[in-house]
Design a protein around this ligand. Structure first.
Ligand code: AMP
Length: 453
């Protein structure tokens, strides 16, 4: 373990860190410092609470020289106003001994003219939400041509909030030659997509997920025929109100969250939360689950992230997560504060390959439970199960099952020249794991060529 002194950062930053009482870098800070200092594109998978903000701020502040130019050189995009305020605050805390101009911009209040004025006065680092940032760019008040470093924090939430178009619009105004730094708590297809399209040979580091399952969480799995049979199984299990007294059910999509909510028994005991629900509704869902008014919470990965709830007895994975590290995030919601927790994974035949990837990440086989005889096996399929077998879904979304810690470009399946369609998906995944191929080379080389010109 290093200390911040090993980073050889300037005295002003060192002193600020001491003032904050931060002595040793956190793991994500250790992993990100050199690559970001080295100017590489970077993808960090790390949750809030891991020290990820300082992880990207430190190398950026270390490198940023004094300037009185008007246009910003660093752009930090975050999904919410609260995060803008928080990050501006972090920057201010890190720079009491450095002359630096930081401006935060966000929508929702009548503050556009004050923000315009602040930008007009000159800024080194601008932190903002995508929509407001884009609006300011369109008015020509904010000029992004001098941006050398772009940070997108909480990328997965960005997507869930529907900021995809705004981000691409903003990219349009940025210089091609820049360093890109992405941070996200969960791995998503969108990160793959962004990285393939806009990043050059990014270095990827995954933190916060140790491959080792928490010892106090007992893990179990059921092989289940399809979605509706999963619902039947849930209806059977959840009858035991004592064993399942506070249950968090994870689903992969908003559609499945709504669908499950509509057809599961115990309606009056269920809350549901996902990004398309109104803020008030979400807050109420969480409150009701927290205080025990509702026994069951159905949630999608992204939206449930910031939620800190004690005493969850069981996490049920209704859908097997596409990215194995997300399974670790999910089950970590139970067994908190040294209490015993239980996790149950329901997987279909098509999801077995995803379960394999999770097990290989953990180096642990999730014990299988026998499917209860009294539970009816449904023959009904959801429209997605009918139209889009998982295998096709995965291919069409250009992703691969990944093992945490591998380098990013080795994992992206998108541009593989080695896709052998005659083999089963399972075999191909195994092959990918054993001998990753450098997909993306073609695009990356094109980008490099473009850069050289
Ligand atoms: P973040 O994950 O960036 O939201 O940071 C979570 C909290 O960890 C913040 O309150 C930081 O001030 C704190 N923190 C960040 N880095 C360190 C460190 N090296 N040592 C102790 N606390 C830290």
């Amino acid at each position: 373990m290093h200390t911040f002194k090993d980073f050889k950062i300037k005295k002003q930053l060192q002193n600020a860190l001491s003032d904050l009482g931060h002595e040793k870098p956190t793991p994500i800070q250790e992993e990100s410092f050199s690559p970001i200092m080295g100017g590489f594109d970077f993808v960090g998978i790390a949750q809030t609470g891991t020290g990820k903000t300082i992880a990207y701020l430190l190398p950026i502040l270390q490198e940023l020289k004094y300037s009185d130019q008007q246009n910003p050189r660093v752009l930090i995009l975050v999904p919410t106003r609260e995060l803008v305020i928080q990050i501006v605050g972090q920057i201010e805390k890190l720079t009491p001994y450095i002359s630096l101009r930081v401006v935060g911009v966000f929508g929702g209040t009548n503050n556009m003219s004050a923000q315009k004025q602040a930008v007009n006065e000159g800024v080194d680092i601008i932190v903002g939400t995508p929509r407001r940032l884009y609006d300011l760019t369109l008015t020509n008040v904010l000029r992004l041509k001098s941006i050398k470093k772009l940070v997108i924090d909480e990328v997965d939430i960005m997507l869930d909030f529907g900021y995809k178009t705004q981000l691409k619009n903003i990219f349009h105004y940025l210089p091609i030659k820049r360093q890109n730094i992405l941070f996200s708590a969960t791995m998503t297809n969108y990160i793959d997509e962004l990285a393939d399209e806009f990043l050059v040979n990014p270095i990827k580091k995954t933190i916060s997920i140790s491959g080792t399952p928490l010892e106090n969480i007992s893990q179990e799995s059921y092989a289940v025929r399809n979605f509706y049979t999963k619902v039947n199984l849930l209806n059977h299990l959840l009858q035991d109100r004592e064993e399942f007294s506070k249950v968090l059910i994870f689903v992969g999509t908003k559609t499945n969250a709504n669908r499950l909510f509509e057809i599961l028994d115990f309606q009056s005991e269920i809350s549901v939360i996902h990004a398309s629900k109104e803020q008030n509704y979400r807050t109420k869902s969480i409150e009701n689950f927290k205080d025990g008014t509702r026994r069951i919470l159905i949630a999608t990965d992204v939206i449930s992230r910031g939620i800190d709830i004690e005493d969850i007895t069981t996490v049920i994975n209704l859908d097997t997560p596409l990215y194995p590290e997300n399974y670790m995030h999910r089950i970590g919601r139970t067994g908190r504060a040294e209490r015993k927790g239980r996790s149950i994974l329901l997987y279909t035949d098509k999801e077995a390959v995803l379960k394999d990837a999770i097990e290989s990440l953990m180096n642990y086989s999730i014990p299988a439970l026998e499917f209860p005889k009294e539970v009816e096996v449904s023959r009904e399929l959801t429209p997605e199960e009918k139209d889009k077998p998982l295998e096709v879904a995965i291919q069409s979304e250009n992703r691969s099952v990944q093992k945490s810690g591998d380098s990013f470009h080795e994992k992206s399946a998108k541009n593989s020249k080695e896709v052998v369609y005659t083999k089963s998906y399972n075999d191909r995944i195994k092959k990918l794991h054993k001998k990753p191929v450098r997909r993306g080379d073609k695009i990356q080389n094109m980008k490099k060529k473009r850069k050289k010109k």
